[in-house]
Design a protein around this ligand. Sequence first.
Ligand code: PEP
Ligand code: MN
Length: 285
Amino acid sequence: MEVNQGINPVNVKANPPSKVSRQTNPEGTIVTIGDVQVGGTDVLIIAGPCAVESWEQLLETALSVKTSGAKSLRGGAFKPRSSPYSFQGLGEEGLRLLQAVRKQTGLPIVTEVMDTRQVELVASYADMLQIGSRNMQNFPLLKEAGMCRKPILLKRGMMATIEELLLAAEYILHQGNEQVILCERGIRTFETSTRNTLDLSAVPMLKSLTHLPVIVDPSHGTGLRWMVPAMSKAAIAVGADGLILEVHNNPELALCDGHQSLSLDEFSLLMADLKKIASAVGREI
Ligand code: PEP
Ligand code: MN
């Protein structure tokens, strides 16, 4: 009789999937995005708008977050929107703007890929490909990402368990791409006062189960601009290797997620606090 090689769903800790398991690399994996590393002592801050909207918006935001200490720029060119009538992103034009802003600022760029047919295109522009929450279990996309030679930022599905997140990452590693970062971005619960429930307990749990770096997205995790600083600080305190934050040069006019985007000044103030928290837990920003 065939032995069940799957993992025990009630005890992922005792039996995590093999390639992502911490046991395969107890030291922890370092992921390199352009010339920036994550997974070591440094806490990586990725910042930028939810969506790329224009050259001016992207450049002004990028220059400012860089001055404040961000080491990588985020911005969606292909946006997964709940409504088909919402702004869907600038597509390849957005990728061109990201590339041009990288040239100007030196910040490596992170942007989402939603479709297997776009992996090659997005990989030709981006320094790291994001697989969003809604696609965490898009298995063909995970396989394609595994065959691509760029690092992958894999966001936790909004209804995914930690085990499912690890198995999704396992798909990517299984195809030969070991440069994967996991991202806790909040899960759906009965609570409605926040956009999602940011599961910060996932950070120490994931760090104990896997060698992959773990970052936190408090912007989507809370959906509330005013709450982003508190949860960012908490994320670093519980051991996150980095944060991905939505920052906009004019949040009131943002085409997407303005209500949860920090202004340039708010981001700058937050960075000063984050540096102190990082040093209190033996890390650096
Ligand atoms: C995003 O980062 O812009 C995004 C859509 O995030 P998520 O997939 O976590 O909802
Ligand atoms: Mn967003």
